[in-house]
Design a binder for this molecule. Structure first.
Ligand code: ACO
Length: 325
């Protein structure tokens, strides 16, 4: 039985930091309001001229180096993003060029908005388990600063830019027990009927631009808690695990109130949950690999743990995955 093992992780944030006080000079808001409603204190945004593929490639280089392999060994690149650098080529193709992996790697983007990393991880896992990939590079990256309406105080305070990357490798196990190391289970969902609660005002084939984020905040708040906690329960059931066997929960970092409510609904001690929302805000597809990298650096993620990822985003998409490290 072949399984997908996590070999290396990396992340990269832009250098420009926008604190809540900076935003209060741009729109009618305050540090107190933002912290109280979201837990966000600051976010990082691309500088003029900076491109998301460069950020993604930096995160990828760290992940590849931590994996102890060479970029030439990567045979699959999946980039989860809602803010591609160009309509085409894919951001994955641009990252491949920057990494110099050669032309042996299949490379493509997927768009599942904030659920993108969980979707991409699950696709890479399928490639590996079916023998189509040996070393897969999975990236979540977004430049949300490019699609927020900077005049809309109810959305512009929520988002930031960033990139996170993970290298998965194929490993053959002989015994049933050791099969559980690596990606144990994943579940993905979408309900297009809910698409209007979180969308952009346009797109390349309608308005010839990306449009800006339009959101029904209260509905997104409610659905995020409902969908993420449900996805965790469903993936745990698929993996044959109980909630108390979760060692670390990495929910999509939307806002602190949503994270706390998910932990509460699952009956999970909040100390088991990684929360980076105060420092980096919501970087969409990038939040989970950035939080994973943070967890490794802080010693929160260690060997022999069950890590559970969950996300909800535009679409509406949602999903969860269990990974044994
Ligand atoms: N600063 C000050 N006041 C604000 C701001 C702001 N940045 N934004 C909104 N307000 C005002 C509103 O105008 C409103 O004023 P009014 O009563 O005079 O009309 C008041 O605050 C209350 O607004 P609500 O929208 O009712 O505030 P709520 O308590 O629902 O909080 C929030 C808004 C934080 C957006 C909340 O709904 C939320 O967290 N929703 C989830 C959104 C989210 O995380 N989206 C991310 C993308 S989706 C994902 O990643 C899963």
């Amino acid at each position: 039985m072949i399984n997908s093992i996590i070999l290396g992780v990396g992340s990269k944030l832009p250098s420009k930091c926008l604190t809540n006080d900076c935003l209060a000079k741009m729109v009618d808001t305050s540090d107190e309001w933002i912290v109280q409603r979201t837990g966000i204190r600051q976010r990082y945004v691309l500088e003029p001229g900076q491109v998301i593929s460069a950020l993604a490639a930096e995160a990828a280089k760290t992940a590849i180096s931590n994996a102890g392999i060479s970029a030439h060994e990567i045979d699959l690149i999946i980039v989860a993003t809602t803010t591609p650098e160009k309509t085409f080529p894919s951001t994955a193709a641009l990252v491949q060029e920057k990494l110099g992996t050669g032309n042996c790697a299949a490379a493509f983007d997927i768009n599942a908005v904030c659920s993108g990393f969980v979707y991409a991880l699950s696709i890479a896992d399928s490639f590996i388990k079916t023998g189509q990939s040996q070393y897969a590079l999975v990236i979540g990256c977004d430049a949300m600063s490019k699609i927020v309406d900077w005049n809309d105080r109810s959305t512009c305070v929520l988002f930031g830019d960033g990139a996170g990357a993970m290298v998965l490798g194929a490993k053959r196990f002989d015994t049933d027990e050791s099969e559980k190391v690596g990606v144990v289970a994943a579940r993905l969902f979408c309900d297009g009927k809910l698409s209007k609660i979180l969308e952009t005002s346009g797109g390349t084939s309608t308005t010839c631009n990306s449009g800006v984020i339009v959101m029904n905040g209260r509905e997104v708040f409610k659905r995020s808690i409902e969908k993420m906690s449900m996805a965790v329960q469903m993936v745990l059931s698929k993996a044959g695990l109980a909630t108390d066997q979760i060692d670390v929960l990495i929910p999509h970092q939307a806002n602190a109130r949503i994270l706390n409510a998910v932990a509460e609904r699952l009956g999970l001690d909040k100390s088991k949950m990684i929360d980076t929302v105060g420092d980096f805000a919501n970087t969409s597809a990038a939040t989970i690999p950035i939080a994973w990298d943070y967890g490794l650096k802080k010693g929160i993620i260690r060997k022999n743990q069950n890590i559970v990822l969950t996300a909800m985003g535009g679409g509406v998409t949602w999903g969860a995955a269990v990974i044994r490290v």
